[in-house]
Design a binder for this molecule. Structure first.
Ligand code: ATP
Length: 412
């Protein structure tokens, strides 16, 4: 086995089979195929890549190609990329292309290009390395025009040219995302142009900006990415100048955040709770948040509004329930994580760990059986039961029945 093929040890059996299938199509057609991007970077880092990214040079009908390699063609984009399903494994393919940037921050004009031109349009040297697929799926050659292998070895992120961030300022956020994920440093000349071009973050469209923010929030290492970012951008362009305590970013590493299936939402809630409340409106305009994230921002406003109410001494459990029940739960959980000891924290704790789970055992049907006439009265009594239960006036099923019978008697 050649030195290069030792890298294949990092690939799973199914990935190796896919590579052999792809090579069989190369053999009988006029195309060349390469592994590129994150796949190659991860292999060089001695990690198993989570997915395969193929680059195709040449022309081939997509449906014919999918048939040749035994997969199902899924979707095709106008940028010459497409996906193929191999027995449930979705693999990304792209025709090699070049990109021309009409003006900073805008989407590029995309044209067909050679695979070398495709490597040149990429963001960082560590993502601009290709492995050519040869006979029987062997790794035949590594193509590394920008010294990416060395940068992987030296653990540093470097752009390919000094207009890179001006061409596409989303790369600024990609840089922090990778540096957080891989624990890589920012190469010196890249750092200089980064600082020069940070203001370009202001020209990214809100869709693209929001997407990059989601991608960072999706990373386990989001806190590192944000801290790196904050350490470089003292004007905090991404957050419209809002200063955020670095210690708040670190709260994103909390075990409860990392292990939650709502990890992304919790991190966003931590972020939203960390910025001055008067900036939330600006945020809503700057980004294009989806409805879940807008609900989180509503929840942050709501928490801010109820702080005063919570100090009222005559607040009982059902009042607390009514206040908390309308707030997005991720915001409440994030509050528990970032708040120091406070009344708010205690109230949220009581709500989440007790009140939220207290439900009435009797159903509407049970009430009818107990002699309540069908209609709006049923909902009203169920609500009264719930209030009584929250306020610890009733506990058991028998208490509930007795409570209903009393109401029934009073009404008759
Ligand atoms: P990973 O995040 O692990 O690199 P990925 O496949 O999720 O893998 P993508 O964001 O899909 O990463 O990008 C795939 C490749 O496309 C990258 O490795 C990079 O070379 C290139 N790329 C993506 N976005 C840009 C960009 N804005 N500018 C230049 N190149 C980009």
């Amino acid at each position: 086995m050649s030195q290069l093929n030792l890298f294949k040890k990092k690939l799973s059996g199914s990935h190796l089979n896919i590579i052999v299938s792809v090579e069989s199509a190369v053999k009988i057609s006029d195309i060349s195929v390469y592994l590129v991007g994150g796949t190659v970077r991860d292999i060089l880092l001695d990690r198993s890549p989570s997915d395969l990214d193929f680059l195709i040079e040449g022309n081939i009908d997509l449906q014919y190609f999918a048939n040749l390699i035994g997969g199902t063609l899924l979707q095709e984009s106008r940028f010459g990329t497409f996906k193929i399903d191999f027995n449930g494994e979705i693999v990304d393919f792209a025709f090699s292309r070049q990109e021309i940037y009409p003006s900073p921050g805008q989407l590029p004009v995309v044209k067909k290009g050679t695979f070398k031109e495709d490597l040149y349009r990429r963001d960082f040297t560590i993502n601009s390395i290709a492995i050519a697929i040869g006979e029987d799926g062997e790794f035949s050659k590594i193509i590394d025009p920008f010294g990416g292998q060395n940068d992987v070895l030296e653990k540093r992120i470097k752009v390919l040219h000094d207009k890179s961030f001006q061409d596409d300022p989303t790369r600024i956020l990609r840089l922090f995302r990778y540096s957080g994920r891989l624990c890589f440093d920012i190469e010196n000349s890249t750092r200089n142009i980064l600082i020069r071009d940070l203001h370009m973050l202001d020209v990214i469209s809100s869709d693209r900006l929001t997407n990059e923010l989601y991608l960072i929030l999706n990373e386990e290492s989001a806190s590192r990415a944000f801290i790196q970012y904050a350490n470089h951008d003292d004007k905090m362009h991404l957050f419209d100048g809002a200063k955020i305590e670095l210690s708040n970013f670190l709260k994103m590493d909390h075990q409860e955040v990392q292990s939650s299936k709502f990890s992304q939402e919790l991190k966003f809630s931590i972020l939203a709770l960390s910025i001055p409340i008067e900036m939330l409106d600006t945020w809503v305009k700057k980004f294009n948040f989806n409805s879940d994230f807008l609900q989180i921002l509503d929840g942050v406003f709501e928490i801010n509004n109820i702080r005063g109410d919570l100090l009222k001494t005559n607040m009982n459990n059902s009042d607390l329930f009514a206040l908390m029940n309308k707030i997005n739960e991720n915001v409440l959980r994030a509050c528990l994580i970032i708040e120091e000891f406070s009344d708010l924290k205690e109230f949220i704790f009581l709500y989440l760990n007790k009140l939220k789970n207290l439900s009435v055992q009797l159903s509407g049907k049970d009430l009818i059986k107990l002699g309540i006439t069908e209609g709006p009265k049923i909902g009203q009594i169920l609500h009264e039961l719930h209030v009584a239960k929250l306020n610890e006036m009733i506990f058991s099923l028998d208490d509930e029945k007795e409570f209903v019978q009393k109401i029934n008697k009073n009404n008759s």
